[in-house]
Design a protein around this ligand. Structure first.
Ligand SMILES: [Zn+2]
Length: 420
């Protein structure tokens, strides 16, 4: 049994975030949260103290492992970014040894920032994807991960043969989906509709359904992408229509971005049960657009947040959540007259970073909260001491805006201390 000590943050819903002061969180030997209780009589080996906070680990629901060392390259819009940065970065992963090194750097990097779960895209090379999975297994990261799929409109070095790529994805899924006591999941990962043939998309959908895997892809990310979909699929309404027709719009689908979803598309996505992963930092960085988070939420879509690394330069998820709030405020006050809607609150930001994202990923039976029975994906952080002077709602807000990576002292995944 391990014992953590601090103020416990418990996001309960998009509108309710509880604080439990000066508590013990006890973790059993199977890596689950055994109890959240008042501080008891002294035991040895207590991690943290009354100045610490215990948070659920952060969930980054959209990022790219091959782009980890390509963050912060400004001045490009989406398609130029693909040509000049993304494709060359992925081509390096033909070398599986290189892929393994990059995976080590990726895992060290995200864990130091308090991210305990990622939904991430890999390269188009199956050996490198296998090696990255091996690193995730050894280092203890929780991950939804898969080989990126593309057999059209992409450079020859990355362009896959359709049947072979589907066979390789199936083998990777059979090997890794549910591995490490369910900590690892496989995601069939078509890059985006314009880069995939119909047989590839239909094949990926069928295999994902057969194996019970996730699907992750990109949707309505930028105006150029929306136009490219129209040109590539003139008989379809839009990319949501393409994905739905191919069988890729499911309750286990993660749609990256979704900046330019129309009202009808939002309704279609909500009804399908698919999640939208909002990447505000990336959308601003690449000048892709401003996603109307409030409209997505109001449509009933399950939402998560993604760093979008490396389309987004910042992998520290609390800052991505701050960008979500700031973008919504910007859209509200810039409209003439001002929009009447409620911008998301810091409580909602914590929800999106933890429990809400776990719900979007269909993992809320395992992670996302500091509750008995869930797996112990937890952070012990030491914020600036003046936070203790504030009333609870102000503390919840100030913690979101002022938490910095160096204040993260311990990171646990499934009860195992993995960093920083
Ligand atoms: Zn992406």
């Amino acid at each position: 049994m391990q014992t953590l000590h601090g103020t416990v943050l418990q996001p309960r819903s998009a509108t309710e975030c509880m604080i439990r002061e000066n508590a013990w969180v006890r973790i059993d030997d199977c890596g689950r949260i055994h109890e959240v209780a008042p501080v008891g009589s002294s035991t040895t080996d207590v991690v943290g103290d009354s100045f610490c906070w215990i948070l659920p680990g952060f969930i980054d629901a959209h990022c790219h492992v091959p782009q980890w060392d390509r963050r912060g390259i400004d001045g490009l819009t989406l398609f130029d970014w693909h040509e000049k940065v993304v494709y060359p970065a992925e081509a390096r992963f033909e070398n599986a040894d290189f892929a393994e090194q990059m995976a080590e750097a990726f895992v060290s990097g995200v864990i130091a920032l308090g991210t305990t779960t990622v939904a991430a895209f890999g390269s188009p090379f199956p050996k490198s994807v296998d090696r990255v999975f091996s690193v995730f297994a050894r280092r203890g990261l929780r991950a939804v991960f898969g080989m990126i799929l593309n057999d059209a409109n992409c450079p020859a070095a990355l362009c896959q043969q359709t049947t072979a790529a589907l066979d390789q994805s199936r083998e990777l899924g059979a090997k890794w989906h549910g591995a490490e006591n369910g900590r690892l999941s496989y995601a069939f990962s078509p890059r985006m509709p314009v880069c995939c043939s119909e047989p590839m998309m239909r094949g990926a959908a069928a295999l994902a359904q057969m194996l019970g895997c996730h699907v992750q892809t990109h949707v309505a990310e930028s105006p150029d992408e929306v136009l490219a979909v129209r040109e590539t699929f003139p008989d379809r309404l839009d990319d949501v229509d393409v994905l739905a027709d191919m069988g890729l719009l499911t309750g286990r689908t993660l749609l990256g971005h979704g900046v330019f979803l129309s009202r009808a598309q939002r309704k279609q996505v909500a009804e399908s049960g698919a999640a939208v992963v909002h990447c505000p930092t990336a959308n601003l960085f690449l000048e892709s657009g401003l996603m109307d988070y409030v409209a997505h939420r109001s449509a009933g879509i399950r939402m998560a947040l993604g760093s979008g690394v490396a389309g987004g330069p910042n992998p520290f998820m609390p800052q991505v959540a701050v960008d979500c709030l700031q973008m919504a405020k910007g859209m509200k006050v810039h409209a003439m007259p001002r929009r009447a809607y409620d911008v998301p609150t810091p409580a909602e930001a914590w929800w999106l970073l933890t429990r809400g994202a776990a719900t979007a990923l269909r993992m809320d039976d395992r992670i996302g909260s500091v509750e008995p029975g869930l797996e112990a994906d937890l952070l012990v952080v030491r914020p600036e001491p003046w936070l203790a002077e504030l009333p609870p709602d102000q503390r919840i807000s100030a913690l979101l805006y002022t938490l910095r990576p160096h204040q993260i002292e311990h990171v646990f995944i499934a009860g195992r201390r993995v960093g920083p």
